[in-house]
Design a protein around this ligand. Structure first.
Ligand code: CTP
Length: 398
């Protein structure tokens, strides 16, 4: 069951290989994965929504303008509720429409609206595959991070021979398993939510309040938890960092958006709140504030939701382990101990940010629990994250 718990939105486009998508649905289900099929209009010339739905044991979706669907489950929700969008088979036409950013049917709208990883398995006539237009479209999609399963070479339905065949279903399944990573390690089967980076709180349409957080410690934390086998959801404020391998990332800007993304990612086994969330937002002006004879404007600050305290609050959805970070410039440990009680979390990672920790590459932290304080040796943010991840795994097993 190597795809257990994985939710795949399978977009089936038109082509003679569409029948293999039915086999693929069966194979994904056999590995424990869930499939929501989406058929383009052209796909329905080759297979029926009914057969896809029967094999998936899920409704097959076909039309953007089906108002009931839009009311019940909008396309944004549909892509949020999956871990991966797989276009299989991907015709030359859908590749071109994806590359152009069209959204003129349900399939392309989902592909344009999603923040989830996208994989395509192209299948077409060899000349279409080799055509400069298709080559350019595939290059564009790859550059945007779309994972392309290269077509196989062999005899084709059209009588020609060459690359363009959809790989056999077992190979497609292997590509999916490889994408999700064979998760092993002490956190295998656990879901971790990590917040990282600063938040930006708009003052007016052009200005915002921010802080110096680079997101490095949070991203290192997400990578370390994934390396121990956890399924990691990383909720990131505005930072310029690459997503660590095997981590699912949601980008947000404000504290309120971060709170909503964390809520949407629950349930989880552990939550590690590394983000430097702005404590206050500004009552936002609808238009740019202008200088004037009246002197500087007064900014009215409103308290933001405390995401850590909300996640740590007792309830059925509380993760078993909730970890907060405390950035302090003085009395580091004393403040961390106070924070433990105030926020209701299990552990607090206290770091002294009086030096150049914020934005820097190294960190010195103390891990504070009700049982006491453990001071880690100073190290890179990756070393600190790896050590913390091991401690969290021990805590969950203990
Ligand atoms: N945090 C959060 N949501 C907020 C504020 C903080 O989730 N709105 C989390 C941070 O991610 C971090 C911890 O809470 O894990 C930091 O707590 P906070 O009280 O904000 O820390 P400081 O601002 O450092 O504390 P203080 O106000 O006591 O200086």
């Amino acid at each position: 069951m190597r795809l257990a718990g994985r939710r795949i939105l399978l977009i089936i486009s038109g082509g003679i290989a569409a029948y293999k998508a039915l086999e693929l649905i069966r194979a994904i289900r056999a590995e424990g994965g869930a499939v929501t099929p989406v058929l383009t209009r052209a796909a329905q010339q080759f297979i029926t929504p009914l057969s896809a739905a029967a094999l998936a044991e899920s409704r097959a979706l076909v039309d953007l303008f089906d108002l009931t669907d839009e009311a019940e489950m909008g396309h944004i929700r549909l892509s949020r509720a999956s871990d991966l969008l797989l276009v299989c088979p991907a015709s030359a036409d859908i590749l071109a429409r994806m590359a152009a950013g069209l959204a003129d049917d349900l399939a392309t709208t989902l592909l344009l609206a999603t923040d989830k990883p996208v994989m395509v398995a192209p299948a077409m006539n060899v000349r279409m595959w080799d055509h400069p237009a298709t080559r350019a479209n595939v290059a564009t999609l790859k550059a945007r991070g779309v994972h392309v399963i290269e077509p196989a070479t062999g005899p084709m339905a059209c009588g020609e021979h060459g690359p363009g065949r959809l790989p056999d279903v077992p190979l497609l399944v292997e590509a999916l398993v490889a994408h999700f990573g064979a998760k092993t390690g002490p956190l295998a089967g656990r879901h971790a939510i990590v917040t990282a980076g600063p938040t930006h709180e708009p003052i007016d349409p052009v200005r915002y309040i921010a802080n110096r957080s680079s997101g490095k410690q949070g991203f290192a934390m997400a990578a370390a938890l994934a390396a121990l086998g956890a399924r990691v959801t990383l909720v990131a404020g505005p930072v310029a960092l690459a997503t660590p391998p095997g981590v699912v990332r949601h980008d947000v800007t404000t504290a309120q958006e971060m709170a909503a993304a964390v809520e949407a990612a629950l349930p989880a086994d552990l939550a590690v709140m590394v983000a430097a969330v702005a404590d206050w937002r500004v009552e936002r002006a609808p238009a740019k504030i202008k200088k004037g004879p009246g002197g500087p404007p007064e900014l009215k600050l409103v308290e933001n939701p405390d995401i850590l305290a909300q996640v740590a609050a007792p309830g059925a959805r509380r993760p078993r382990l909730v970890v907060g970070f405390a950035a302090e410039t003085e009395e580091v440990v004393a403040h961390a101990v106070a924070k433990l009680g105030r926020k209701g979390c299990d552990l607090v990672v206290a770091n002294d940010v009086s030096g150049d920790v914020m934005g820097g590459d190294r960190n010195l932290v103390h891990l504070v629990s009700v049982d006491g304080v453990e001071t880690f040796p100073e190290g890179t943010k990756e070393e600190v994250a790896a050590r913390l991840a091991r401690r969290f795994a021990e805590w969950l097993h203990g």
